[in-house]
Each structure stands twice: as structure tokens, then as C-alpha cells.
Design a protein around this ligand. Structure first.
Ligand code: NAD
Ligand code: ZN
Length: 379
């Protein structure tokens, strides 16, 4: 079968790989019909995630048709169209039982932190992902959810990750009616976090990025304010000024740590050292949230140690909440929001690329070329 194949930093290609096998009675094999590239894949692509092995297939945002099921699978049947959450979760461990599907113990028992994730290096369990024609899906009775008949499959594929992640970013922010919410990052995650912030009652939503086409997009899509940090002397000062010097009630980090944050290097007047492990957006979030406010982090940090202004966390009495999204927990309410027309995820898809051209798709998304917001690979 055809599958994305990681060859090293900035090098991926489509290759023929063996068809996946059922390894456990609770597995299913899914024939992939759509598979997105995520900002999280870029951390792998940029070589920032430890133990990313050559030969791995990435892809944690996919939907498809159940092709085979193991002998113990009861909730799925061959031919079902399914949304497959990015978390590989057993459904039975102490964390899954609390709804923390992103922190499943069983799917990645040796990890220091994260649970299992499809196509996300051996630090996330070493599972091959869905940027492929077929993929093995462990614990098939737990994560996969049958796509409702009425749902557009472009909406469905975004329910595997970025919609739940944007929603959880807003939820972790504890947004109260009338709150001012600042979202750092206007990628798919930040855009959806901004959109979801309104669902929690925000009174003002501000998005910060430096890519004009994304700022334009989010202004329209999420009906919020959006500003370019390159045109500011200091983003923290900007936010303080626009909130009567109080700071934002809630700040969301939808950027994460990445060499891509090196955009900052060109900011005049600020000489923050940038290196792997730097956390520019998180700096800004901590420093521009009000005293006693909440910083919600969904941005992914590849290296486990990152540079954070912890003194200001203490002195301002800030609450920090962070996690991988718990997709399965959120699916029912997100499906409701889509059906009721309150969320329109598919509006963020800008590129549709045949799997054969996976290398181009990564390049375009990584370089933020061609006004790319969300690319979908079609096997
Ligand atoms: P993306 O790369 O498309 O978007 C990131 C955006 O951040 C870009 O538009 C970039 O210009 C902007 N940016 C860079 N530095 C910035 C700064 N200092 N301030 C403000 N904006 C800045 O990625 P995405 O798909 O939107 O994902 C965003 C983050 O969310 C990534 O770190 C990704 O790994 C993470 N993520 C987390 C989860 C989760 O479950 N926690 C799920 C999906 C994605
Ligand atoms: Zn993702």
C-alpha cells in the first residue's frame, strides 16, 4: 500500500509499505479516506521530537472505512465510516476512566508523559499513522466513532484533532461570560480555539500571529480581532494597553515550541534568544494574562524542558492548564455543535492533495505557502 514515509528532518515521501495486520483481537484495519497534516506533524518534520524513527508513517488525523476487525471487536462492523481520534486509548486504565484519553497508560506504558498517539514517534508509542491507504487501529471499540449520516466528511476528519483541541483550549481556559481571551497562533488550532471561545461566553476574542493571510482568515471565520505581532513593539505591552492595563482574563497558547517560532528573531527591539526549547508564545501568554488569570496551553513542546518565565507565574498567581486533547470525551458535544450550525470546521480546509504528493503538502504547510491553513491528503 502507499504510505507517507519519514526519511529524516524535512524529508518525507510516499512509498510502498506492507499492508498493516491485525496484531490483537481488539484491533481494526481502517481504509483511510481522508488524512490531514497537523501543526504537530511539523514538530516531527522539523526533527524536534525525540525518537522519531526513519521509516515511520505519520498521520494522527484520519477518517476511513472499517476494512477488517479483530475477533473481540463488538462496536464496529466492516464497512462503517469512522472518525478515529488521534489518541490511542485503551478505555480502561485509570486515566481513560477519568476521560483523560490523551494520557492513556496502557497504550504507552513506558512514557514519562504522553499517552499513545497515531504516527507520533516512539515517544508516543511508536504507532504508525494514517497518512496511508490503510492503518491499524488498536482498541477499536474505544476511540473510533461512526460518522453520522448527515455529516460532511470534511467536518468529520477535523473532529479527529483540531476541533476538539481548539475546544479543549477554550474549556481549559475556564472562560467566563464577558472574558477577554487572547489566542496566540492563527493556525488551525488557534482559529478553532478562537471560534470556540465564543461558545463559552467570551466577550472579546483577540488572535495574535504574524501571517497576514491567517489573520485575515480568522477575523472572518471566527469574527474576532486579529493582530500582527511583527507590527508591534511588544505584544505583551499591546495586550496590557488594550485591556486597561489589567491583562487578558485568559490566554491560550496555540503555537507550541518550534524553530518556527523563530519569526520572533526579526522583531525589532526585542532580543529574545531563540533555540529549540524556547517558548515565545507561552512567554507572551504568561506575561499578558491578568493577575489570577488562566493560561491554557495546547501548543506542543517537543523537548521536555523549555524556557518559561516561572517567576511571573508565581508572582501573578496564574493558573496554567495544559494537555493533549481528549478527543473521545468531547466528540458528542462537538457533533451537536456542528449539527446545530454553531461550528463549521470544514471552512478551514484550504488544500486537498493526493497522498502521492505528500512531500509537497508538507513543504507547503511547513513554509506557510499558498495561503495554506489546513491540508488534507487523499489516498
Ligand atoms: P500551525 O503551524 O499551522 O500554526 C501555528 C501558528 O502559530 C502559525 O500560524 C504561526 O505563524 C504562529 N506563530 C508562530 N510563532 C508565534 C508566536 N510567537 N505568537 C503567535 N503566533 C505564532 O499549527 P496548528 O496545527 O495550528 O497547531 C498549533 C499547535 O498546537 C502546535 O504546537 C501543535 O503541535 C499543537 N497541537 C496540540 C494538540 C493537543 O492535543 N494539545 C493537538 C493538535 C495540535
Ligand atoms: Zn493534529
Amino acid at each position: 500500500m502507499l504510505a507517507m514515509n519519514y526519511r529524516g528532518p524535512f524529508r518525507v515521501r510516499a512509498d510502498h509499505k506492507p499492508y498493516p495486520e491485525l496484531l490483537h483481537p481488539s484491533d481494526a484495519i481502517v481504509r483511510v479516506t481522508r488524512s490531514c497534516i497537523c501543526g504537530s506533524d511539523l514538530h516531527l518534520y522539523h526533527g524536534l521530537v525525540p525518537d522519531t524513527r526513519v521509516g515511520m508513517t505519520f498521520g494522527h488525523e484520519f477518517i476511513g472505512v472499517v476494512e477488517e476487525i479483530g475477533s473481540s471487536v463488538e462496536k464496529l462492523k466492516v464497512g462503517d465510516n469512522v472518525i478515529v481520534p488521534f489518541n490511542v486509548a485503551c478505555g480502561n486504565c485509570t486515566f481513560c476512566k477519568q476521560g483523560l484519553f490523551g494520557n492513556c497508560h496502557e497504550s504507552n506504558p513506558q512514557a514519562t508523559a504522553v499517552g499513545g498517539i497515531f504516527g507520533y514517534s516512539h515517544t508516543a508509542g511508536g504507532y504508525d499513522g494514517g497518512q496511508a491507504e490503510f492503518v491499524r487501529v488498536p482498541y477499536a471499540d474505544v476511540g473510533p466513532t461512526v460518522i453520522p449520516d448527515w455529516m460532511d466528511h470534511d467536518d468529520a476528519v477535523l473532529l479527529t484533532d483540531v476541533v476538539p483541541t481548539g475546544y479543549q483550549a477554550a474549556e481549559m481556559g475556564g472562560i467566563k461570560k464577558g472574558d477577554t481571551v487572547v489566542v496566540f497562533g492563527a493556525g488551525p488550532v488557534g482559529i478553532l480555539a478562537a471560534k470556540c471561545a465564543w461558545l463559552f461566553g467570551a466577550g472579546r476574542v483577540i488572535v495574535i500571529d504574524h501571517l497576514e493571510y491567517r489573520l485575515d482568515f480568522v477575523r472572518n471565520y471566527a469574527q474576532c480581532e486579529a493582530y500582527n505581532f511583527r507590527s508591534m513593539e511588544d505584544p505583551v505591552l499591546f495586550i496590557k494597553k488594550t485591556t486597561d492595563w489589567f491583562g487578558a482574563d485568559v490566554c491560550i497558547d496555540a503555537v507550541g515550541g518550534d524553530a518556527a517560532g523563530s519569526a520572533l528573531q526579526t522583531i525589532t527591539g526585542r532580543k529574545l534568544m531563540l533555540q529549540a526549547g524556547s517558548a515565545t508564545a507561552l512567554h507572551w501568554a504568561i506575561n499578558s494574562v491578568k493577575k489570577g488569570g488562566i493560561v491554557s496551553i495546547v501548543g506542543v513542546y517537543g523537548p521536555t524542558d523549555n524556557l518559561v518565565p516561572i517567576g511571573n507565574v508565581v508572582n501573578k498567581g496564574i493558573t496554567i492548564r495544559a494537555n493533549q486533547a481528549s478527543v473521545k470525551r468531547l466528540l458528542p458535544r462537538l457533533i451537536d455543535h456542528i449539527q446545530a450550525g454553531r461550528l463549521n470546521p470544514k471552512g478551514i480546509i484550504t488544500h486537498r492533495v493526493p497522498l502521492e504528493e505528500v512531500s509537497d503538502a508538507y513543504h507547503i504547510f511547513s513554509a506557510k505557502r499558498d495561503n495554506c491553513i489546513k491540508p488534507v491528503l487523499i489516498p
